[in-house]
Design a protein around this ligand. Structure first.
Ligand code: F2R
Ligand code: MG
Ligand code: MG
Length: 370
């Protein structure tokens, strides 16, 4: 049975939480044996099945802490993205619980954007890294709630993802990674199971990145055609921004990988397994798309579980890649695909369900007013 849309909303936010909670211990220790070593990851996941009497033993990290702020801010503002409100929530959350494993540099921004007299909440992020801004994956890791809206709202998804990321990540690679992740969640949410084609899914995202996200230059050239004086050919050449080029390249490699099915080592080295957005978002998306089909060495039939195990096994920034992959997978498979005992073992699942329900109510209301 296809999951209901409500279940997909819930699956998305819960998928992000469980990816973060289960991936986090490996971000600290690394995956023994490196990318593609499924065994230690599967051992860990299988042990969770016999430790069901330890509620919330797996703690969420900054990924979930910040995603909860994004969701809560959207809920409080009836679906609208209000930067000042979101900035305040980020700052308060950080103050309340600073030891969630935040990125080394973003903490400076989080200390500044919550100041009551701050004039421009985007300013602190612009000062990061000598003015070049952060390209860390912090904007992408928390963006899933932005993708939970109506099918036709692609432009809104792009705008809200960009704004939410810019509060901490002013580098184009940082916020464009958040846009790609939000679009992937949105597309997974609205793709029927019988119409899922991983290559077309990738092409669709490529098209949006190319057409809608950012252009560096618009050059106008004029040339006279041979046949008539009036027929002046005016061409507008749009040149993609370099950061968008990088994401488009990742999507191209990803599409090739869907056919060639390379080793996890190759996936990690080409698409990335790092803390930077351009070296992690593609891997999360690939984890979801690759795990639509069985993976040798990961025996589970549960495709969301398979996605999370695969994403963690890429090693490196395991909590974030698994969280982003979990959000996309959850938006596609629905909350019933999350193993029940994970809901109890992972801190924050029940809040994720409540927030998903409230975002779903906003979606329903908007639909009834269309
Ligand atoms: N902080 C962690 N994990 C700690 C282990 C890190 C690991 N050893 C590793 O380095 O791979 N996890 C959490 O942080 C990530 C999200 O970070 P966020 O919010 O983007 O933070 P920040 O500080 O803005 O950026 C992170 C680092 O990226 C590098 N960087 C970013 N922009 C840069 C630039 N313009 N020039 C040079 N370096 C740049 C810096 O090293 C930043 O510290 C998630 O993984 C989350 O789970
Ligand atoms: Mg984290
Ligand atoms: Mg991380």
């Amino acid at each position: 049975l296809a999951p209901s849309l409500r279940s997909r909303f819930q699956g998305c936010l819960v998928g992000a939480v469980v990816g973060d909670c289960i991936g986090a211990p490996f971000e600290i220790t690394g995956v023994k044996g490196g990318p593609g070593s499924y065994e230690p990851v599967l051992d860990f996941i299988n042990k969770l099945g016999v430790e069901v009497n330890k509620p919330e033993q797996l703690k969420y990290t900054d990924d979930t802490a910040m995603a909860r702020c994004v969701a809560e801010s959207l809920i409080a503002n009836k679906g609208s993205m209000e930067p000042r409100d979101l900035a305040m929530r980020f700052a308060e959350e950080f103050q309340k619980s600073p030891n969630r494993g935040y990125g080394a540099n973003v903490i400076v921004v989080l200390q500044q954007i919550g100041e009551e007299d701050i004039k421009d909440v985007f300013q602190p992020a612009k000062c990061q890294f000598d003015g070049s801004g952060s390209y860390g994956n912090g904007g992408a890791m928390r963006v899933a709630p932005v993708g939970l809206c109506g099918k036709k709202k692609v432009d809104e998804v792009i705008e809200k993802a960009r704004t939410s990321a810019l509060l901490t990540h002013s580098n184009k690679l940082g916020y464009n990674g958040a846009i790609l992740q939000a679009l992937a969640v949105h597309q997974a949410l609205h793709t029927d199971h019988d119409k899922m084609d991983p290559e077309k899914f990738t092409e669709y995202l490529y098209g949006l990145m190319e057409e809608k996200v950012e252009t560096a230059h618009e050059e106008e050239t004029e040339s006279r055609t041979h046949d008539s004086k009036e027929s002046l050919l005016r061409q507008v050449k749009r040149r993609r921004d370099e950061s968008v080029n990088i994401y488009c390249d990742r999507l191209k490699s990803l599409k090739t990988f869907l056919k060639s099915d390379p080793s996890a080592d190759t996936v990690a080295s080409v698409l990335g397994n790092r803390i930077s957005a351009h070296n992690s978002v593609g891997s999360a998306l690939y984890s979801f798309l690759r795990c639509l089909k069985p993976v040798e060495g990961i025996p589970t039939e549960n495709k969301l579980e398979r996605t999370i195990a695969y994403a963690i096994s890429l090693d490196g920034d395991t909590d974030t890649i698994a969280s982003m992959a979990g959000a996309i997978a959850g938006a596609f498979y629905g909350v019933e695909s999350v193993p029940e005992h994970w809901l109890e073992l992972c801190e924050g699942c029940h809040t994720a369900i409540r927030q998903a329900d409230e975002l779903y109510e906003i979606f329903e209301k908007e639909k009834s007013q269309e």
